[in-house]
Write a protein that binds this ligand. Sequence first.
Ligand SMILES: Cc1ncc(COP(=O)(O)O)c(C=O)c1O
Length: 372
Amino acid sequence: MIYLDHAATTEPHEEVIAAMQPSLEDHYCNPSAIYATAEADAVHNARTAVADLLSTSARNIVFTGGGSEADNLALKGAVDAADGQHVVTTTIEHSAVVETANWLGDHGIDVTRVTPGRDGRVDPADVAAAIQPDTAVVSVMHANNETGVIQPLEAIGEITDEHDVVFHSDTVQSAGKIPIDVDALGLDLASLSAHKFYGPKGVGALYVRDGIELEPIIHGGGQERGLRSGTENVPGIVGMGKAAELAVEDLAERRERLAELRDELVATLQTETDATLVGHPDRRLPGYAMMGFPELSGADLVQAFADRDIAVSSGSACHSNDRSPSRVLMEMGIDTNLAFGAVRFSLGRNTAREDIQYVKDQLGHVLEEARR
Ligand SMILES: Cc1ncc(COP(=O)(O)O)c(C=O)c1O
């Protein structure tokens, strides 16, 4: 299969699997135990590697059970700690943030949702205008999981800093794909998920800047500085650490190569079909392209690609069976016709030029099948 759905998940790196093996077989002790030095060291090393991915320190990393949990902890934790009454977010967040904000809304918190422009980027001025004296947290994702479009976090970070408001970003899609420096972006909280950068599923992290107050959402034994109780998922954490280390190593080379292959694919789709690239042409993750095929159904296209052994997606993986146009594209003001026929191509570290060539060769058949 030609796998072009790396935004949904990635294949665990072979070195990640190898690194996890000892903590599944030999180093199974509870890392809180006094004798469990190997396990505690393994968790510490992983924390350092994940911190490197965000250009920060190990003490600022809290391991979680994935990206969704990190988003929940960031938003609910910040609101609870500040006794805040208001949250600012956007209409194009992943459902992990959307639904958390909705839950907060159901529990009496006022939520302002900023809408992006047609290029998929929110205007920092709109975020500034939405901030109120009782705003507890501003949450704007770094890169969108459907379009790959990157948000102007640095400018938003300056605004939240001026207003002294906690700034959270869901960096689940961007981490390991483009450099992230939490200080340069002005972030106070940032969510990560290992399975988006060749690590295992079910493990993630939240970056928490020194001095930021958070209330935990999971209570118990007080692990992770009291912010995430529960015996640490040592194999998952070790895998995440290895994946972070590997991502930092080849990030620059991978970024350039995947951007080039993506551009080649987009150019072919634009010349040989009537598909349009959705979202900002340059401010996007390398390897990501959301294409709108007018008069066609994204779901039918995804099926036609799958019939040719090509895995792509018609939007966020959670909604792959949903035949309605993507919420994100509708919020961007993309024509329904184009949004309905949207297909996401997301390339990854093992994507080769031959894979892209194969997709190009199959295009005619795929379109013919999707038109039936
Ligand atoms: C932007 C974004 N945030 C959060 C998540 C949720 O991460 P996880 O699957 O680790 O819960 C995803 C996964 O699809 C995502 O793309």
